[in-house]
Every structure is written in structure tokens, then in C-alpha cells.
Write a protein that binds this ligand. Structure first.
Ligand SMILES: [Zn+2]
Length: 204
């Protein structure tokens, strides 16, 4: 439940007393009709469910072969981490670090942070560092490039198929599902609403 609070309209700077909102209720600015606040526990549940599933799929994506190659009678499989480690052996350690961060570490930290904040909001209690965690999650988000990586893999896949037999491993599908989950989380994430809810817990 979002408690009554006064807030400044982001569009026209009018100070508005926003009453306590029931589920599915929204509050609009009386002057410019900008949406000031919304109570959408449904979106919050979607965020929590898909963040949790996304994290599980990301863990699974590191547990099985990612891609398998066979050419001239030789077979080889690589895991997701091995595909990053290849960059280190190719003398590109900085690139390896950036790739590791943007396709695994940052998305994982983002999901863990969102799960932590969702727990705090669901229990209507401010856990230690909830505000800091939310701030970091939103700062990290632009550096998560899971979906770009997935598209890159598919483009390379189409090219490699011409010269070798390539098979997509279980980890590839886990990573694809993880990407779907993180996208659903981002689509249901309402930054303003999250901050409203976190701030309303501060005042209790
Ligand atoms: Zn306004």
C-alpha cells in the first residue's frame, strides 16, 4: 500500500497531495494530467517472479555446454565462461572483463538487487540498504547487455553454420530464457513507482 504523501509533479512542478491508493488506482496531476503515482502490486509480482526465474536461468546457463562444434571429425564444446576465457588466451583481457561484466556479472547483480528490493517492498519493511540497492540496480541496468550478446551469438551462429556443424547447447537455451526474463523485468519496472514505494517505507 502506498501511503498518502505530497509530491511535486514532474511535468508542471505543482505540489500535489497524493492520497493513499487502492490496488490498480492511479493518481494524476490535477493541472496537467501527468500520472503521479500508481499502485500496481501485479507489476511488482511480475518483476519478482521473472527476476527470480531469470537468475536461475543465468545460473543454469553456466552449468552446461553453450555451443558445440564439429568439423573434420573433431568435436568440441564450450561453456559460456570458456567463451569469455578464450578472449584472455587471445590476449584481450580487458575485452574479456567487459564482456564478462556486461553479459553475466552486471545482469546477475541487477537481478539480485531487484529481488532484494522486491522482498523489502512485499514485506513492507525497509531492509538494510534497500535504497542504495535500488539506486545501484538502476545505475547498472544500462550496462547489462544480455540481449545484445544473444543477438551477436545468433548472427555468428548463422555464419559458422556454413563452415562447421554447430549445435546450440542447453546453456544457450537457458541464456535465451534468462534474456527473456530480464527483458520482462525491465518492461515492468516503473522507476518512479519503485522510489515512491521505497520512500513511503522510510516514513513509517
Ligand atoms: Zn502537473
Amino acid at each position: 500500500m502506498i501511503a498518502e504523501s505530497s509530491m511535486v509533479c514532474h511535468e508542471c512542478d505543482l505540489l500535489v497531495d497524493v492520497p493513499q491508493l487502492d490496488v490498480r488506482q492511479k493518481a494524476f496531476c490535477p493541472r496537467c494530467n501527468y500520472m503521479l503515482a500508481a499502485n500496481r502490486p501485479y507489476a511488482q509480482r511480475v518483476v519478482f517472479a521473472f527476476a527470480t526465474s531469470g537468475l536461475l536461468f543465468l545460473i543454469l546457463a553456466n552449468a552446461f555446454p553453450f555451443l558445440g562444434f564439429s568439423a573434420k571429425g573433431q568435436e568440441r564444446t564450450v561453456t559460456l565462461l570458456q567463451s569469455v576465457a578464450i578472449l584472455v588466451t587471445e590476449n584481450l583481457p580487458l575485452l574479456a572483463a567487459v564482456v564478462f561484466a556486461s553479459i553475466i556479472a552486471i545482469p546477475a547483480m541487477f537481478l539480485v538487487s531487484i529481488i532484494y528490493v522486491s522482498f523489502s517492498l512485499a514485506n513492507e519493511r525497509l531492509y538494510p540498504g534497500t535504497s542504495t540497492t535500488l539506486r545501484w540496480a538502476l545505475l547498472l541496468l544500462p550496462w547489462s547487455m544480455a540481449e545484445i550478446f544473444l543477438i551477436g551469438i545468433l548472427v555468428s551462429f548463422i555464419k559458422i553454420v556454413a563452415i562447421a556443424d554447430v549445435a546450440l547447447g542447453a546453456s544457450f537455451w537457458s541464456y535465451a530464457l534468462f534474456t527473456v526474463c530480464i527483458t520482462v523485468v525491465v518492461l515492468h519496472l516503473d522507476k518512479r513507482e519503485l522510489w515512491e514505494r521505497v520512500h513511503s517505507l522510510h516514513h513509517d
